[in-house]
Design a protein around this ligand. Structure first.
Ligand code: AMP
Ligand code: ZN
Length: 114
């Protein structure tokens, strides 16, 4: 996607602090972290949001969670806890229309979220 910020990060046209990369998934540190650990995990294929998911996306969506699990261990938030967040659409403030999982940890969190 030409005008997608996260596609530009995937293409290395915009710099990011990369935490994990393989041929299908990229994870990078959020530019405005909401906790000591805040990593965005994204598919390299452009999927705008959960609304567009199809049966053929099952494997890539599974990969996002498996990589989240690995990163939570690597960044040592797996024991005390962390949150995985997917903002989807206007009401949630989704700012970037490229599906992403926020991995946030390293601080006490409240429930319900804002
Ligand atoms: P969302 O509101 O769920 O769409 O989240 C978008 C996230 O992308 C926010 O947490 C932003 O801080 C983050 N973000 C925006 N631009 C960049 C960037 N250039 N590098 C890293 N993270 C970014
Ligand atoms: Zn994109």
């Amino acid at each position: 996607m030409k005008e997608c910020l996260f596609c530009k990060i995937i293409e290395k046209k915009i710099p990011a602090k990369i935490a994990y990369e393989d041929d299908k998934v990229l994870a990078f540190h959020d530019i405005s972290p909401q906790g000591p650990v805040h990593i965005l995990i994204i598919p390299k294929v452009h999927i705008p949001s959960v609304n567009e998911l199809q049966d053929s996306d099952k494997e890539i969506i599974g990969s996002l969670f498996v990589i989240a699990s690995k990163l939570a261990k690597e960044y040592k938030v797996d024991q005390k806890g962390f949150r995985l967040v997917i903002n989807n659409g206007l009401d949630t403030g989704q700012a970037v229309a490229h599906l992403h999982v926020h991995l946030i940890g390293g601080r006490l969190m409240q429930w319900p979220p804002g």
